[in-house]
Design a protein around this ligand. Structure first.
Ligand SMILES: NC(=O)c1ccc[n+]([C@@H]2O[C@H](COP(=O)([O-])OP(=O)(O)OC[C@H]3O[C@@H](n4cnc5c(N)ncnc54)[C@H](O)[C@@H]3O)[C@@H](O)[C@H]2O)c1
Length: 250
């Protein structure tokens, strides 16, 4: 029988890999923790220097300042990580750039940030002949919100721009996956459902009735999928949208 590493525990090992987590917030911080636990050397990047530095120090990771809404800043980040580590095996963009601007600007800022990171790291990965890029989508990129869940709660339904941007990431992922396929670089999208973050109890109850085990997601429900996407276990997978929502969209 042909020897194959997949299907074994080693297929999820990230020892010796350099993985970049852009955005060390609610979801990104757990991503970074999981990658370190699987043996990766981790770079954390964030526009919030105090937050990113503290996370990197906690995990033994390296911090880089970056604003994902600026292409120049992302170009500098990719070059700095490459210079420091000599290789880049995985990058995930878990930033959440917020803007109070109009619809078109909101869509542009959000999709632009995902595009800059995927493209700038994709170019470096294409040169080295391998790499895994993960974009962060949302269930609202493929399903309309259940607006009634927000009634009587302080939580606001996401604006149309959010759904538009997240929907666009499905197309962007497929485009980039095909563009980089000849170069051995994989591009996938992770689309979480709502993550528990101290939302009021009315909303949590309304939301959770549609989800597995009657609860919202925890960041730790998402990070194993990221480990999978950065590891050899997913070496034949590209251009896909992995939805992790406890069955909420069923
Ligand atoms: N939290 C959820 O319920 C949920 C659900 C589905 C999808 N998502 C998506 O997951 C991603 C991460 O969400 P989160 O809940 O962890 O957000 P978060 O606000 O907790 O964290 C976002 C991080 O990005 C950083 N950041 C913001 N703007 C930046 C910029 N311009 N450049 C660099 N860093 C910047 C922030 O400092 C913060 O550390 C987002 O794309 C979000 O749309 C979140």
């Amino acid at each position: 029988m042909k020897k194959d590493s997949t299907g074994t525990q080693n297929a999820f090992d990230l020892t010796g890999r350099v993985c970049v987590v852009v955005g060390g917030g609610l979801i990104g911080s757990e991503f970074a923790r999981a990658l370190v636990a699987h043996g990766a050397a981790v770079a954390v990047a964030d526009v919030d220097v105090a937050k990113g530095t503290a996370l990197a120090a906690e995990l033994g990771a390296t911090f880089f300042e970056c604003d994902t809404t600026s292409e120049q800043s992302v170009t500098m980040l990719a070059a700095a990580v490459q210079k420091q580590f000599g290789r880049i095996d995985g990058v995930v963009n878990a930033t959440y750039p917020k803007t109070k601007s109009d619809f078109a600007q909101q869509v542009g800022v959000h999709t632009g940030a995902q595009f800059f990171v995927a493209e700038q790291f994709g170019e470096l990965m294409a040169k080295q002949g391998h790499g895994s890029i993960v974009l962060l989508g949302s269930i609202y990129g493929s399903e309309a919100p259940r607006f009634e869940l927000y009634a009587g709660s302080a939580v606001k339904a996401p604006p149309a721009a959010y759904a538009t941007a997240k929907g666009g990431l499905i197309a962007l992922t497929r485009y980039l996956a095909k563009q980089y396929r000849p170069h051995g670089v994989r591009v996938n999208l992770l689309s979480p459902g709502g993550v528990e973050d101290g939302q009021d109890k009315v909303f949590q109850k309304n939301y959770s009735v549609h989800a597995l085990n009657n609860r919202m997601a925890e960041p730790g429900d998402l990070s194993p999928a990221l480990v999978y996407l950065f590891a050899d276990a997913s070496r034949y997978m590209t251009g896909q949208n992995i939805v992790i929502d406890g069955g909420w969209t069923l």
